[in-house]
Design a protein around this ligand. Structure first.
Ligand SMILES: [Zn+2]
Length: 151
């Protein structure tokens, strides 16, 4: 239907080109290495959590297909399923199915797991600190034995 077309670049080149840029039109191909730096109609379609189009990669080319009947004048939208970034990408598509972000469910689950791991590490550090605080005063109160005094 509509091709998501653009220059083919590597993921590294995409990172270099768009470091710190919030609005990009990048599409990562299934090979995990190639990124389309999109331009044209396909790249400029908006996101929706309840889309009427779907993206499909066929032999290295990316196409947007209608997944249901689309009324005349209805906006063409597809689910971006963003990944590979930490910056918030809030969704305001207003559909009943809106998940509040343009990131994919898989990526959000991965981010939640990463957050949980970070929190766990932090609380482990806090616990260690607390236990030091509790045991130190007692250790100070106990007088040193002669054998413990370093000459
Ligand atoms: Zn949404």
């Amino acid at each position: 239907m509509v091709e998501y077309d653009g220059e083919r670049i590597t993921a590294e080149e995409a990172d270099r080109r768009y470091q710190g840029v919030s609005r990009t039109y990048l599409y990562g191909l299934d090979d995990g290495k190639t990124v389309i730096d999109g331009h044209g109609l396909g790249a400029y379609l908006n996101h929706s959590c309840d889309p009427n189009c779907e993206v499909d990669e066929i032999k290295g080319r990316v196409w947007l297909f209608a997944i249901r009947d689309i009324a005349a004048e209805e906006e063409l939208v597809w689910d971006y399923n963003l990944y590979d970034d930490d910056d918030p990408a809030p969704c305001h598509c207003r559909s009943l199915k809106c998940r509040g972000t343009m990131y994919s469910r898989e990526w959000m689950a991965k981010m939640r797991r990463r957050e949980a791991r970070k929190k766990k590490q932090k609380s482990a550090v806090a616990r260690r600190r607390n236990s030091t605080r509790k045991t130190n005063p007692a250790a100070k109160r106990r007088p040193l034995r002669e054998s413990e005094v370093v000459p």
